[in-house]
Design a binder for this molecule. Structure first.
Ligand code: TK8
Length: 349
């Protein structure tokens, strides 16, 4: 009798494990490929995975969770999972996963996109967008719409503009208040030729690196410094590995909300509408939170790092030094799109 019970119990356990496995593979399957459910627009249940590079203290994570809340409040057939700190992939790899249909959403800086679309280099031209108000008008206007539509050719759907912010230099060697101080610093840049050329023109010794490798590189001293917006500098704990910070404000970087085109085309019209609206609404939330946090972050960073204010006359030298870089990349980006970008900025001022 006892033996019979044991056999029955084992059979129950084996079938339970099998069913759980099926359930797991089904949910991770839909998350993994985004296409496993073969949803021909029927609105079947689907899990959307979002990959971002910053950690769960950053306003971009808050906004990603806002996106999740908005989508899940509107429908029972979509679930959103947010993966922060580059758990799934860094910006560039995540973009490639969207192109292959193995990831649904990523919200990277625009800079890695230049490896797929040179036109996106406009956003890396130093000292062009002067403040957030101009950034909003350029991105929410005709030019920004054109740039979002442009990603379609790369197997991507551009749904909204979020905000990374104005980039500022940190380093662990010396205070930087002038071009002279930049001389020879090993600065990490994003994987983007324009950033590399700009820091070379300023006298630095730049090296491209994925965001996910940055903290370790600073910790190990393989680079002297990096440049990112204040929230990222504070919330990624850079004061632990960087002594100096300067208000260079040299580039405004947008975050772009990207969806995999192959997966997008499997969604129902209702699902697409819900996702589009949520991406835009969460983007507004992201901009507000990022600006609040940026102000708070700078004040906090001044207590944890040595802050150097760059004098106006030095900014003029920085801007003069990078002019040849802008001229050189006007060709690689495309002269027409650069002119459109610069006139959109002038109109917004
Ligand atoms: C995060 C990155 C980051 C960017 C960088 O995914 O790489 O330095 O500024 O915000 O996109």
């Amino acid at each position: 009798m006892k033996k019979l019970l044991m056999v029955m119990l084992s059979a129950v356990m084996i079938s339970a494990i099998f069913l759980a496995g099926c359930g797991g593979s089904n949910s991770s399957g839909s998350g993994e490929s985004g296409a496993a459910e073969g949803n021909e627009g029927s609105g079947e249940k689907r899990t959307l995975r979002v990959s971002i590079g910053v950690n769960d203290k950053h306003p971009e994570y808050e906004a990603s969770m806002k996106f999740k809340e908005l989508v899940e409040a509107e429908t029972d057939d979509l679930t959103v999972e947010v993966y922060h700190s580059g758990q799934i992939a860094d910006d560039r790899s995540a973009i490639e996963m969207l192109q292959f249909g193995t990831l649904d959403i990523t919200i990277p800086s625009t800079s890695p996109l230049v490896n797929f679309l040179p036109e996106y280099g406009v956003f890396d031209l130093p000292f062009t967008i002067p403040n957030e108000e101009v950034a909003d008008q350029v991105l929410d206007g005709e030019f920004g719409t054109k740039m979002l539509e442009m990603v379609d050719s790369q197997g991507l759907v551009g749904l909204a503009w979020w905000e990374n912010g104005f980039r500022n230099l940190t380093n662990d060697v010396r205070p930087v208040g002038s071009m002279k101080d930049v001389e020879g610093l090993k600065i990490r840049t994003m994987e983007n030729e324009i950033h590399l050329d700009a820091w070379k023109a300023l006298g630095a010794n730049p090296t491209p690196m994925a965001f996910t490798e940055l903290f370790t590189a600073m910790q190990q001293g393989t680079i002297d410094g990096q440049e990112n917006p204040y929230p990222t500098i504070l919330l990624s704990n850079y004061p632990e590995v960087q002594e100096h910070i300067s208000n260079t404000n040299h580039v405004y970087t947008p975050f772009i909300f990207l969806f995999s085109k192959s997966i997008w085309e499997e969604l129902s019209a209702d699902q697409q509408d819900i996702i589009s609206k949520a991406a835009v609404e969460a983007g507004q939330f992201n901009r507000e939170r990022t600006r609040e946090v940026a102000d708070e972050s700078l004040e906090e960073l001044k207590t944890q790092m040595t802050f150097t204010e760059v004098p106006e006359e030095e900014f003029a030298k920085f801007q003069e030094a990078v002019q040849p870089v802008i001229e050189k990349h006007k060709e690689s980006i495309g002269a027409d799109i650069v002119d459109e970008y610069l006139s959109a900025i002038e109109s917004a001022k």
